[in-house]
Write a protein that binds this ligand. Structure first.
Ligand code: NDP
Ligand code: KPL
Length: 326
């Protein structure tokens, strides 16, 4: 939506959420020569003094000199603002986004789940809003230290009201070109909502069950009953998507099952948050899809049960965080 992003050669990027996703992709963009401005949080002083270290299957590197900030008001307005916060922090975007986005700029939501683009639409008005699905295994393992374990591709799609398919725009092509220049394999989604539902086919069963079962993906797939449960959850996700006129074929479900069975043993990002007593992305990854099913009266009993379990666990995590430190 909005006016086409300037097609000048060097677009400037702001990274809101310099973690496993924002830290990795932002560092790759800077490594490729783009102007990148990183908003940092708890590791601002560390990165300002020691730089940003990236251990990657694509080759390790460290950025010794980078534009880092702990206050968005100190950052220059940028052509593209990449949002890579956990979705549990998206309430911050009302204050974090406006100062760093140029009038003709674009916001790229590099987050899992459903409804993230709708969160920012009222904040940024007619600016371009893009959604990015990251097919990557990456962890923030320490202050200013990102570990990129596997994969790395991104699928980009343009958001339009009610998630109506918006096709491939010049803005999408310009940003995809920058990512490809940075060595990041990038695909287009002509229908962002379909792309998000297809990612949720994976995220709802494996992010959710990894927490409920305290298990890696290989352990879930190694048990006949939890492998079947994963498949049944996938079918419920496909049923919701169909209720919104997004058809996901059975072959895609089998592809996701086969792919996961062959994956290196993997701890999902939600399980890592659970292990570190951080709030879980329950609402964006499970709650919002469940609400979408309820709105269309689509029966998804297993997703409903998974949501109840995750909501209970997440409530306990948040309660622990509000307790005074002993
Ligand atoms: N990790 C992965 O492999 C994948 C992740 N995703 C998705 O990508 C999104 C981002 O996840 P991920 O990168 O793993 O998350 P991380 O927790 O690694 O990164 C989030 C970053 O946001 C920062 N942050 C938190 N609060 C603020 C604030 N107030 N101001 C500025 N920065 C802040 C955190 O800093 P601090 O730590 O200092 O608080 C952290 O560096 C999620 O939606 C996730 O589901 C999708 C595919 C794969
Ligand atoms: C599919 C996978 C595992 C990597 O992109 C993912 O979405 C996640 O870890 O959240």
């Amino acid at each position: 939506m909005g006016t086409a992003l300037q097609s000048q050669q060097n677009r400037s990027y702001a990274i809101i959420g310099t973690g496993a996703i924002g830290g990795f992709y932002g560092a790759k963009l800077q490594q490729a020569g783009f102007e990148v401005h990183f908003l940092l949080h708890s590791d601002y002083q560390f990165v300002r003094q020691r730089g940003l270290r990236v251990d990657s299957v694509w080759g390790d590197f460290t950025l010794d000199s980078l534009n880092v900030y702990n206050d968005v008001h100190q950052m220059p307005p940028c052509d593209v603002v990449i949002v890579a916060l956990k979705t549990t922090r998206n309430s911050l975007l009302t204050t974090l986004l406006p100062p760093v986005l140029k009038e003709s700029g674009a916001v790229l939501m590099l987050q899992n789940g459903l409804g993230n683009e709708e969160t920012v639409a009222p904040i940024v008005g007619p600016a371009h809003i893009l959604g990015g699905l990251c097919f990557i295994c990456s962890n923030k393992v320490g202050e200013g230290h990102i570990h990129h374990l596997d994969y790395g591709a991104i699928t980009l799609g343009e958001y339009a009201p009610d998630y109506q398919p918006w096709g491939i725009t010049a803005t999408l092509q310009n940003i995809a070109g920058d990512f490809e220049t940075a060595g990041i394999p990038t695909q287009f989604a002509e229908d962002l909502l379909l792309a998000r539902w297809k990612k949720l086919i994976w995220n709802i069963p494996y992010n959710g069950l990894s927490v409920v079962l305290n298990a890696r993906t290989d352990e879930i797939m190694g048990n006949q009953y939890t492998r079947l449960l994963s498949e049944q959850l996938m079918r419920e996700v496909a049923a919701i998507a169909a209720g919104y006129n997004r058809e996901i074929p059975e072959s895609f479900i089998q592809k996701m099952l086969d792919h996961t069975a062959k994956m290196k043993p993997y701890i999902t990002s939600m399980k890592l948050d659970y292990d570190h007593h951080r709030p879980l992305e329950v609402e964006s990854i499970v709650g919002n899809p469940l609400q979408a099913a309820i709105a269309k009266q689509i029966p998804v009993p297993k997703i409903a049960m998974l949501y109840a379990q995750l909501n209970f666990i997440n409530t306990q995590i948040k309660a622990q965080q509000t307790l005074p430190r002993s």
